[in-house]
Design a protein around this ligand. Sequence first.
Ligand code: KIV
Length: 264
Amino acid sequence: MLTVPEFAKRKKQKEKITMITCYDASFARILSESPIEVLLIGDSSSMVMQGEDSTIQASPESMVFFTKSVANGTKGRKFLVSDMPFLSTRKGLRFAVDCAETLLKAGAHAVKIEGILGNEKLVSHLVESGIPVMGHLGLTPQFVNAFGGMKVQARSPEDQERLQAQARQFQDYGAFAVVLECIPSAIASKITNDLSIPTIGIGAGSGVDGQVLVLQDMLGFNPEFKPKFLRTYLDGKSLFIDAFHSFHEEVKSAHFPNEQESYL
Ligand code: KIV
């Protein structure tokens, strides 16, 4: 299993890091038998698992539920990062520490925090308390209302300068890695070259230190969702629908179950 000190080593050795979201024990068991190094229990769970239209609906309780489910599936075989959900870092240090504590007790090895502004003290307090922090910058989905939608961020030189400074801040306050989401490749590469901690990109081009995708998106469960950055590795929706058709037809035609599938 990858550990926190190994993240910086990976960067030094120019070995890319792979991360995929996961929210349940079934997929966690399968992913544990794969080479994927990091599982992210993202607050995208509110969209993927609960059908909400943003990550705003994720709560400390739902994040603990999904984290525990994944940890039950991996049984210590993968490094787990859980998202600190919407506003959990903005209700005072005590609330945030309690939230991070419940996520670690549910099985996470680290927490991910969207945005550094106003979270500076919290990041160093968590890190000094033994709770590793992964930062998240760029298109941080918890800020969807402030951004006016899910739009590529940091297009202007001023925004790019601000973003680079924020990535630096995450590093300076003790984060061990930073996710860069939906930003131009050139600024993602520039930030990556500027930091000693690894960057993990989603929609940030190839010049970053690792890549993350949402599991159900990369498996093609939701083919209508086609952002530019997404590559699908399976035609999952069609495969599942074919299986459901087969079951339905075999039941209707009395071909399932057969004698071997029945108790005598
Ligand atoms: O919640 C999530 O799935 C994420 C990734 C997209 C990085 O934060």
